[in-house]
Design a protein around this ligand. Structure first.
Ligand SMILES: [Zn+2]
Ligand SMILES: [Zn+2]
Length: 272
């Protein structure tokens, strides 16, 4: 029987086949890496057998992931919205227990993903909830390794996907790099779901802006200024990064401004 193999380094899933792909283009790209042990593969059933779901409330948003961590180790977020819950970003792991738990929270009506590193098993997720739409920015279309009719490519700078829920193209890490603005969060003061388009860093007070996080390639000034320009019209109190615990609960807008200034100053600083 054909298997939809999953890369164990980045979590990207490929169309069903008799054997795994020879390589993973997402890992071969300079923004990722092929592990020292070589390219490895798993499949949804094996992944489900060796991991357990994790659900955790983080500053008002429900995080979804698995233990032990898999691949890049990001977690997804469940966002409550008029018209149904939205899954922000995606994780490769999905089992019957996790589907049942999400159904207990009202299920899902749509999926939106920040960039190709988190596309993972998005089609499995969509189909587990009845073929719900997956919103991806068209500028990253070439990185969809497992296409499907559930994927809706959006173009331009913003896309409202539900009342008070807007996708914003910030670019940078990927040309279509997307963040999500939730206007009703924090009692109407707003929240920004940043993926790693803006990475909430270890101090949980600043953001980092990199072309490659694992290979430490920073974004240049024009890209970082572009992120600032894209976010300037939007107000938000909290910023929710891609990993467990990486949340700036208050002062998010100022943190973004300060971090952009800090990054550009570092780029311009004369040696030493
Ligand atoms: Zn990969
Ligand atoms: Zn990434």
């Amino acid at each position: 029987m054909a298997t939809a193999f999953i890369c164990t380094a980045c979590g990207t899933q490929y169309p069903p086949g008799e054997a795994p792909p020879l390589t993973c283009p997402v890992c071969q790209d300079e923004r990722q890496f092929i592990p020292e042990t070589g390219q490895g593969w798993t499949d949804p059933e094996t992944l489900a057998r060796h991991h357990r779901p994790v659900l955790k409330l983080e500053h008002g948003l429900l995080g979804l992931g698995c233990t032990p961590d898999f691949a890049i180790g990001q977690r997804a977020l469940l966002l409550r919205a008029a018209g149904g819950n939205i899954l922000w970003d995606c994780v490769a792991f999905l089992d019957e227990t996790l589907v049942a738990l999400i159904r207990a929270f009202g299920g899902l009506s749509a999926i939106a993903i920040s960039h190709p590193h988190y596309y993972t098993t998005m089609l499995e997720w969509s189909r587990a909830f009845g073929g719900i739409p997956i919103h991806l920015h068209a500028a990253d279309r070439e990185w969809v390794m497992r296409p499907g009719p559930e994927i809706l490519f959006w173009e331009g700078e913003t896309r409202r996907i539900a009342p008070g829920i807007t996708l914003i193209r910030a670019g940078g890490h990927f040309p279509g790099g997307t963040v999500l603005h939730a206007a009703e969060a924090n009692e109407g003061r707003g929240a920004l779901l940043a993926g790693d388009i803006l990475q909430v860093v270890a101090d949980r007070r600043h953001l980092g802006f990199m072309r490659s996080y694992p290979n430490l390639v920073p974004l240049g000034e024009a890209a970082v200024r572009g992120i600032g320009t894209a976010l300037e019209p939007w107000s938000f109190e909290s910023v929710h990064g891609a990993f467990w615990g990486r949340v700036i609960p208050t002062g998010g807008k100022q943190a973004v401004r300060a971090s952009i200034g800090r990054h550009i100053a570092a780029l311009q600083r004369p040696w030493p």
